[in-house]
Ligand binder design. Structure first.
Ligand SMILES: Nc1ncnc2c1ncn2[C@@H]1O[C@@H]2COP(=O)(O)O[C@H]2[C@H]1O
Ligand SMILES: [Fe+2]
Length: 279
């Protein structure tokens, strides 16, 4: 049975504005570092950058790898860190999250794990692409069913699919072994629905903007930089990039088009250990 959606009271002719934060990899300890970057500090810097833009967002999407150490405190730290944005937050799990600990400790006013959001002329579907104990992703039958049922229930709304893993390979062989292993099948099915307008994910710690042809035009494919370390695009072996932590803003237009941009923390404050060979 289709789970109830959370509904926002935004008129159908209004645009919907989203902030996406992904892969913060937080620790219980505020001094926790991932390959030379203090992940609490880099998340705080990203949040200051978002705030400085005064973007009139309706909600925040947190697309997984919230934690690096599976600790309860890392999730509480995330809830605390996003407070300055004063936005409702919808989260989904990444391969570095423990879903049980995450649900227990991602608590607070307007913090939701809900899978389905109705807002303006849109339906947002937050999927769980994780496989327990594995870095790579797989979309399970229940998630496919959610997509079909949600579209059948709200056929007049445009749909944005949101998940942690990449349904296409990004061109980094070491990382692409951990992609969504049924991504090809997923995109082929999504292309059959005129409602589907975009697919948004994290996981790859780099920006990517592409299109996938569908019956009704194009599906926008969007990957977003992590709020901490960045992976070097098009590198066959593990390599970090010196570009700064970032985030994505999206404007979902009432007509089904998506205007989006990635932004990064200004300056050169965060420099990861480029000698590292993984984590
Ligand atoms: N050198 C490496 N080779 C393959 N996988 C790695 C390496 N280093 C890290 N990983 C895994 O690949 C994942 C990609 O992004 P994640 O943040 O999910 O976390 C990473 C690790 O789980
Ligand atoms: Fe990650």
């Amino acid at each position: 049975m289709l789970k109830e959606a959370i509904t926002y009271s935004i008129a159908r002719d209004q645009h919907v504005r989203l902030v996406q934060l992904t892969d913060p990899h937080l620790f219980a300890d505020d001094e926790g570092h991932l390959l030379g970057v203090n992940t609490a500090n880099s998340l705080a810097a990203v949040i200051s950058t978002v705030k400085a833009l005064s973007y009139p967002a309706d909600l925040l999407l947190a697309t997984g790898d919230i934690s690096q150490d599976f600790s309860a405190s890392s999730y509480r730290n995330f809830v605390e860190a996003i407070q300055p944005l004063q936005l409702p937050c919808h989260y989904l799990p990444g391969n570095h999250d423990d879903p049980r600990i995450m649900h227990l400790h991602m608590q607070g006013e307007r913090i939701y794990g809900q899978q389905r959001i109705l807002i303006g002329n849109w339906q947002l579907l937050l999927l769980d692409s994780t496989v327990r104990g594995k870095p790579g992703g797989h979309l399970a039958d229940a998630e496919w069913q959610l997509i079909r049922d949600a579209i059948a229930a709200e056929p007049d709304r445009h749909v944005l699919i949101v998940m942690h893993h990449n349904p296409i390979k990004v061109g980094c062989a070491w990382l692409d072994q951990h992609w969504l292993d049924n991504g090809d099948e997923l995109l082929a099915e999504l292309a059959q629905y005129p409602q589907i307008k975009g697919v948004l994910w994290g996981h790859v710690h780099q920006q990517l903007d592409k299109h996938y042809p569908s019956q009704d035009g194009m599906i926008k494919l969007m990957a977003t930089p992590s709020t901490c370390i960045q992976f070097k695009p098009q590198s066959s072996y593990f390599a970090l990039d010196m570009v700064q932590p970032g985030y994505r803003l999206l404007e979902l237009r009432a007509d089904g088009s998506i205007i989006t941009n990635v932004y990064r923390v200004p300056g050169e404050r965060f420099s990861p250990d480029v000698q590292s060979s993984g984590y």
